[in-house]
Design a protein around this ligand. Structure first.
Ligand code: 26A
Length: 357
């Protein structure tokens, strides 16, 4: 691998996405009590799905895991070796596949490897029309332990990073590790970015989320995740702008930096709220509206293949641009571009050879 030191470090649940198109979407979803466009953790009643879908002739396997997708997205804009990814996998072929994809796309894998019979996690992606429903079995991913962070090759990577990215999904099991990383990074002036990941995170893991939030400089989420937070926080009928402003103003451990809250809305405009606009390029300026609205370029319907991973690639584009020292406006634009490139492909992937950003 290259001698470049990673400047972005991403942390999350490494998963292999098992994607299947289903003909009668609503009926299939009903069978497993799933919702279109949702992401959940598998309960016992969902487990037969993993045996069932691999028999579907249209099955495909793609590297997944929200923060791992974002890591590959950030890497798309940076020299190979600039992004590292931390998570827990099994000692198996799935993990080998994920490592290979990361390496091909310039991401350095810093996996904690769990011995057999532990297996690498998987995400069933049920596609019907443009909708997707995700059901995840975390397996080894939730066996991540804090001591992995202290291993010399992991500790030195974290120490050299300028930007730390954590998926909200990691909070289902890894709050202790996330807190340790975020507290230290924030206290030493690095940029900590958190993604809400899915509505069930603010809904069921609000306590963990609010424990981490003081150490977060940039919070990214979509409209349904923001609404789920509002609901959980008793702000039921607040507008998206109000929710973004409330989250931006949530207490902050490093008060010398503003907090940005970025709310994406698929094909609709992205909102960015700042706790304190300033002249800094990676922030809203005092003359901007707060929150500021960033229109999303139109994508013709026939260019839409699969929206899975678009939010992760938005985050990746944003992170990559920040790492390059770009302005907030440029970083949001890079996020939109990568999101759209991803929507034009199957799964959480980007086109190669690389498109011009
Ligand atoms: C804990 N859960 C439910 C999850 C995930 C997840 N990544 C981490 N933890 N559920 C789905 N994903 C990933 O989200 C991507 C799309 O945004 C999937 O692997 C998919 O690649």
């Amino acid at each position: 691998m290259s001698s470049v030191t990673p400047i972005v470090v991403s942390i999350g649940n490494p998963l292999l996405d098992i994607t299947v198109p289903v003909a009668d979407g609503p009926k299939y979803l009903e069978k497993y009590t799933l919702k279109a466009n949702d992401a959940i953790l598998a309960e016992d009643k969902h487990l037969p799905i993993y045996q069932e879908i691999v028999k579907n002739p249209g099955v495909t396997y793609v590297a997944g895991g929200a923060a791992q997708n974002a890591a590959r997205g950030a890497s798309y804009l940076l020299p190979a070796g600039s992004v590292a990814y931390i998570g827990s996998v099994g000692d198996d072929d799935l993990a080998k596949t994920l490592t290979d994809v990361n390496e091909k796309e310039g991401v350095v894998s810093k996996y904690q490897v769990q011995p057999a019979p532990s297996q690498t996690g998987a995400c069933a992606v049920i596609l019907s029309n443009h909708d997707r429903s995700l059901v995840t079995t975390l397996r080894a991913a939730e066996q991540f332990t804090k001591d992995h962070l202290a291993k010399p090759e992991v500790a030195s990577t974290l120490a050299a990073a300028k930007i730390i990215y954590i998926e909200g999904y990691f909070l289902t099991h890894g709050i202790e590790s996330a807190l340790e990383v975020a507290k230290h990074a924030s206290a030493t002036g690095r940029t900590v970015v958190l993604n809400l990941s899915a509505p069930f995170i603010p809904q069921f893991f609000k306590v963990q989320l609010e424990e981490l939030l003081p150490h977060v400089d940039v919070l990214i989420g979509n409209e349904s995740e923001a609404a789920a937070y509002a609901e959980a926080a008793g702000l039921g009928d607040a507008s998206l702008a109000q929710i973004a402003t409330t989250l931006a103003g949530f207490s902050k451990s490093n008060a010398s930096r503003p907090r940005l809250v970025i709310v994406t809305q698929g094909a609709d405009s992205t909102l960015v709220a700042s706790s304190s606009p300033s002249a800094s390029p990676a922030n809203l300026s005092a003359t901007d509206a707060n929150p500021k609205t960033y229109p999303v370029p139109k994508l013709p319907a026939d260019k839409i293949i699969d929206t899975n991973g678009a939010g992760d690639m938005f985050a990746g584009g944003f992170l990559g641009a920040l790492a390059l020292g770009k302005s907030l406006d440029e970083a949001v634009e890079a996020g939109h571009k990568l999101g759209q490139l991803c929507v034009g492909q199957n799964g959480a992937t980007l086109p190669f050879p690389k498109a011009q950003i």
